[in-house]
Every structure is written in C-alpha cells, then in structure tokens.
Ligand binder design. Structure first.
Ligand code: PMP
Length: 404
C-alpha cells in the first residue's frame, strides 16, 4: 500500500507535475493516457455524426458510441445496456429524472424524500419538483456518526411517498449508504428508489442490477473519463412509460404536423447530437478500471483514507468528521481549529497539495453539522502513502504558521 496502485506515469498530468499531490479526485479524477489516446483515435479514424449518415464513417461513429454504451453498462453490472442513458453527468441524470419522471408522477399531496447527506444535484431538483407539484419534501436526518438514520428514513417514507432519492456514497463525509436497505424502504410503499452513484462507481465494484434501484446516476469525469459525459440507468418499464426529457433530433420516431411519436430506448432520451467523444473516452476509462480491478481500487484508497484519517486526527486541533461509523472509502473531511478551510487549502496548494475546501455542494449537510465549510482530501488509485505524509505534515505546519 506504500506506493500507488498504478504508475503515475499512466497519467500524463501527474507525470508532467511530479511536484503535485493530487488529493481532489472526489471532485474530478486525473485521466490516463489510454483515455486521451482513445479520443484521439476516434477523431482520427471514426469521427462523423452518428445515427444520421448512410456512409461508412458515420457507421463507425455509431458503432463507437454503441460499443461504449455496452462497455459502460457491462462495467456497471447492467444486463440491458439500452437502459443506460448517456447524459452530461450525474447532475443532468438527476434533473432528467426529476423533470421527466417527476412531473408525470408527483402530484399535490404526494411526498418526496431525500437524505441530509445529499449533494445539491440530488437535493435541489427534488425540492423544486415538490414545490412545483405542491408535494411534501422531507429530509431523512443523520446519526451522530454521519450515517443516515434508517429508522428515521423508514418513518418518513409514508404511503403517499412517490420517490426516495439518496446517495450511494457521500461526497462530503465519505459515508457509504446501505443501498439495498434504502431500496426496501422505498419499495415498501411503491416509491421510486433513485440512487446518486457519483462517488460510488469510481471507487467500488457496483452492480446496479444487484442493488435493486429503479434509477442510478453517475459521472464519467470522476472515474478517469472526460468531463461532459456520464449516465443514468433506469428500469426499462419506467423508461417506457416516462415522457421524454428533451425534444429534438434522434429522439423521435415520426413527427406529424399535430403529433409526434418517440424513438425506442435509449434514443427517446438522447435528443440531439450525442457526446461521442465523451462516450469513447468513458469506454476507455472503464477498460482501464476493469483492468486494475475495482476490489483493488477500493482496498487501496480505503487504506489511504484510513491512514490519513488516523494521522490527521492525531494532530492537535484537527477534527476528522465521521463517515458513517466506518471509514470505507478514500474521502476524509476535516476541520482545523483557527484555520479556515479556504486558507488551509491555499497553504497546502503552496506546497503542491491539491485539496478541496468549502461546503462540497452540500449546504443542507453543512448546516446540520453547524459548519460553513470543511477541508476534504480524497484519494484514488494513483495516490500513495507519501501523499498522506505530505498532507499530514503540511496540515500540522499550517497550524504552527497560524500561531498555534
Ligand atoms: N452527486 C455527488 C455525490 C457528487 O459528488 C457530485 C459531484 N461533486 C455530483 C452529484 C454532481 O456531479 P456532476 O457535477 O459530475 O454532475
């Protein structure tokens, strides 16, 4: 566990900047050369608008896009690959659900339930849907150790609840939720179980089919892929019944003067020219991750996260936030007495250490913790124990610099 799980030289940015300890992979990961190469190869040999041309090059683009869908669905443990829609990422995936499914299914007097852990992307769309529909919006609170209070969640999920939306892994604390238990609670009243997998897919071996969720969202850029691509897996029966999200090219079957009919899934939900470059890059990213093995990725970063949490907590004036009772991934959020997280991240930056400071797009969570911000270090497969040492030494030094 002392060295990185994969060579830093696989990642051009890390190779070009050996001075950096990049500890912000929960925000976005670095990209391996194989992802960049796949994009270059696509533009060199297969670029055309897919689904539209009768010529062979357009067929090559269509094939590249379809092959990436199959590869990503396979990586996610999804047997019916057409139920994996490409989107711009988790944010668009959750907005798609709240807009297309939500407006058709949530009415006045219904209830919408989320948890206190949610990223704004899995909070605000549901809150706004509830406001528009005249539905109740309820938030399941956390226990003192940063886990969702499951008994509290079960009490909130009443028979009028139409959707329960929850993260698989919290970006702010690192809590890993018991997804099957949450699905059971949602399904107990016939509610839709929506899971935000943005922080899970890059770090855990995820089988969406086995989790039993109705919808599962993720982002490519956090899992070695490019920005601007991600997806959402939705049960076929729900996709069949759900109205489209956006209208335009490709998503139609027949456009009459009065009425229009929709294309088959997944095209019904992918209006306009798709992000083929992004899909190709994401396909290469999942090949890279599968080659390393997600069990190894998880073990490596959990080890680094646990080491960092232990070493930081041993420093005077440093409080590591709880992450659901067990530290089971590579996210470590902490606060340092007398040093604002933004100042701390700038001090660390001067030493080549990239960490995130702020509310982590989780203001409802920060309010409940009575904090404006935390500093968050997040580890991935290219990090090593030396990164942890540099972080711990620099945090200790920062306190001294501030006169403690
Ligand atoms: N949910 C979680 C848990 C996240 O960590 C993030 C990214 N910080 C998002 C949603 C939003 O993802 P994106 O910005 O890629 O759409």
């Amino acid at each position: 566990m002392n060295g990185p799980l994969v060579p830093r030289s696989d990642f051009p940015l890390l190779a070009a900047h050996p001075e950096l300890s990049y500890l912000d992979s929960a925000a976005t990961s670095q990209k391996p050369a194989s992802v960049m190469d796949a994009i270059r190869e696509y533009y060199t040999n297969a670029n055309a608008n897919p689904h539209r041309g009768a010529y062979r090059l357009s067929g090559a683009a269509t094939d590249a896009y379809a092959a990436s869908r199959a590869a990503v669905a396979n990586f996610l443990g999804v047997a019916d690959s057409d139920t994996m829609l490409f989107t711009r990422g988790t944010t668009e995936s959750l907005n798609l659900l709240a807009t297309a499914w939500g407006r058709a299914n949530v009415k006045a007097g219904d209830r919408v339930v989320v948890t206190r852990l949610e990223h704004h992307a899995n909070f605000v769309p549901w809150q706004q849907l509830a406001l528009e529909a005249g539905a109740e919006f309820r938030i399941a609170e956390l226990t003192a150790d940063g886990a969702v209070d499951m008994a509290g969640l079960a009490r909130l999920v009443t028979p009028n609840t139409k959707v329960v939306a929850f993260a698989h892994v919290s970006n702010a604390l690192g809590t890993v939720n018991d997804v099957p238990a949450m699905v059971r609670i949602a399904h107990g009243v016939g509610a839709l179980a929506v899971c935000d997998g943005a922080q899970a897919v890059p770090h855990l071996s995820v089988s969406v089919d086995a989790l039993g969720v109705d919808a599962y969202a993720f982002s490519g850029h956090k899992m070695l892929g490019p920005m601007g691509i991600g997806g959402v897996v939705v049960r076929r029966a729900i996709l069949e019944q759900m109205p489209p999200y956006q209208m335009g090219g490709d998503m139609i079957s027949r456009v009459g003067d009065e009425r229009t009919t929709w294309n088959v899934i997944p095209h019904k939900f992918e209006a306009g020219t798709p992000n083929v470059e992004g899909a190709v890059g994401l396909g290469a990213a999942v090949r890279y991750l599968a080659g390393v093995g997600m069990a190894a990725v998880h073990e490596h970063e959990t080890g680094l996260g646990a080491l960092a949490a232990e070493r930081l907590a041993a420093l005077e004036g440093v409080r590591v936030l709880p992450s659901g009772g067990v530290r089971s991934n590579g996210v470590v959020s902490f606060v340092v007495d007398g040093v604002h997280p933004h100042d701390l991240s700038q001090i660390l930056d001067a030493e080549g250490i990239c960490v995130r400071a702020g509310h982590h797009c989780a203001q409802p969570l920060m309010r409940s913790l009575d904090l404006a911000a935390t500093t968050r270090a997040s580890f991935y497969l290219y990090n090593d124990a030396q990164d942890v040492e540099r972080l711990v030494t620099a945090v200790g030094g920062a306190r001294k610099r501030m006169g403690y």
